[in-house]
Design a protein around this ligand. Structure first.
Ligand code: IMP
Ligand code: MG
Length: 183
């Protein structure tokens, strides 16, 4: 499968493992320095599940896991569309320290609307962690607090990221060959 659909491997399994371990330490230290020992980690389905499952095993804090699913409503080609919650968390986050975990931040529209919705539930704090960041594509003032890698504006798959629901299980991150989506 790799030879056919991937034009370039950006991060292999070994590099990802190292980077995710570093991120886990970074997150642990960040909260410990503020005297926070308990957090709620919210994974955004489906893209974040693989990253999240590796990441939480590298975080040395008490944590609760929960998941959300959101989708962009309206014209799917316009990423500034309205974001709606299609699966909500079951945790009451009032007064709690929340860490949102996403696969990738692109325009920032999804995370901007999501954090706005979650702030109305009065958590003690919300921090954002994205595995990948397409910084140059940003159209909002959203930024991550923790990020695995900044990447160029290319369509990538693997390690949770999909194209049309496929390729999430690839253990590396690769650029999708153009013919896959242009055919
Ligand atoms: P945003 O709202 O524009 O920041 O979009 C973020 C969402 O776009 C992510 O959660 C992904 O689902 C999707 N996305 C953006 N770029 C890629 C990519 O290169 N590969 C796979 N999904 C992507
Ligand atoms: Mg996604």
């Amino acid at each position: 499968m790799r030879e056919e659909i991937i034009s370039k491997v950006l991060f292999d399994e070994e590099s990802i493992n190292r980077r995710v371990a570093e991120l886990g330490e970074e997150i642990t230290h960040y909260y410990q320095e503020q005297g926070v020992n308990q957090i709620v980690v919210i994974g955004i389905l489906h893209g974040a599940v693989i990253f999240l499952s590796d990441l939480v095993r590298k975080i040395s804090l008490d944590l609760q896991l929960d998941f959300m699913r959101v989708s962009s409503y309206g014209d799917s080609a316009i990423s500034s569309g309205q974001v709606i919650i299609t699966k909500d968390i079951e945790t009451d986050i009032k007064g709690k320290h929340v860490l949102i975990v996403e696969d990738i931040i692109d325009t920032g529209n999804t995370l901007r609307q999501l954090t706005q919705m979650l702030y109305s539930r009065e958590p003690a704090s919300i921090r954002l962690c994205a595995f990948l960041d397409k910084e140059e594509r940003r159209t909002t003032n959203m930024n991550t607090d923790f990020c695995g890698y900044v990447i160029p504006d290319e369509f990538v798959v693997g390690y949770g990221l999909d194209y049309a629901g496929k390729y999430r299980q690839l253990p590396f991150v690769g650029v999708l060959n153009r013919w896959v989506y242009e055919k």
